[in-house]
Design a protein around this ligand. Structure first.
Ligand SMILES: Cc1cc2nc3c(=O)[nH]c(=O)nc-3n(C[C@H](O)[C@H](O)[C@H](O)COP(=O)(O)O)c2cc1C
Length: 172
């Protein structure tokens, strides 16, 4: 893609607010997870959701081949959890010191998340430099009433009536 178009697309996507989730799965090496904001719902019958995983990620093949995974919806007091699972904190094990339980499909459910969807792998599609993972939801739980963590304009924020972050000044 032309350099400018890539930059324009990135710029536009930055001002599209996205909820922050951590997709988790189990592996022979223990639990694994990555911060994901490409999550969205797809279908109610059957109950399907999707997220996309960069082919460049060290966790790509694990998620592509996983039989089950969980999508943990982060709350606004879990910025550090998001950073940790985005690889921004250097840890040998991203779950180190973090409380979690195992869901029906064996995938980790992180303590304190706003909600969690437990999924069985349904289909994987190619999507350019990402793979699109479609999961069938086997259990959905809303766990507390905290505000959601939102990613917007390269910053964490949450939903109103909190003060709004300043709008980006890069309007073209
Ligand atoms: C807010 C936020 C959202 C992200 N969303 C995605 C996503 O949807 N798909 C993806 O592949 N990476 C996403 N990432 C980046 C991954 O979390 C990050 O590249 C990955 O955890 C790095 O792991 P690795 O170094 O083992 O590949 C996101 C990062 C952040 C901070």
């Amino acid at each position: 893609m032309e350099g400018n178009l890539q930059d324009d697309l990135k710029k536009a996507m930055r001002i599209y607010p996205q909820g922050v989730t951590v997709a988790t799965t189990s592996s022979p090496d223990g639990p694994k997870g990555m911060t994901v904001s490409s999550f969205t719902s797809v279908s109610l019958e059957p109950p399907l959701v999707l997220f996309s995983v960069a082919k460049s990620s060290t966790l790509h093949d694990l998620f592509r081949d996983a039989a089950a995974y969980a999508v943990n919806f982060l709350a606004d007091d879990q910025k550090a959890v998001s950073d940790r699972f985005a690889g921004k904190v250097q840890l040998k094990d991203r779950f180190e010191g973090l409380k979690f339980t195992k869901g029906v499909a064996g995938a980790p459910i992180i303590d304190g998340v706003r909600a969690v969807l437990e999924c069985r792998a349904w289909k994987v599609y190619g999507g350019g430099d990402h793979s699109i993972l479609v999961g069938e939801v086997v259990r959905a739980r809303t766990l507390n009433s905290k505000r959601p963590l939102v990613y917007y304009s390269q910053q964490y924020t949450t939903t109103g009536p909190a003060e709004y972050p300043a709008p980006p000044s890069d309007i073209v």
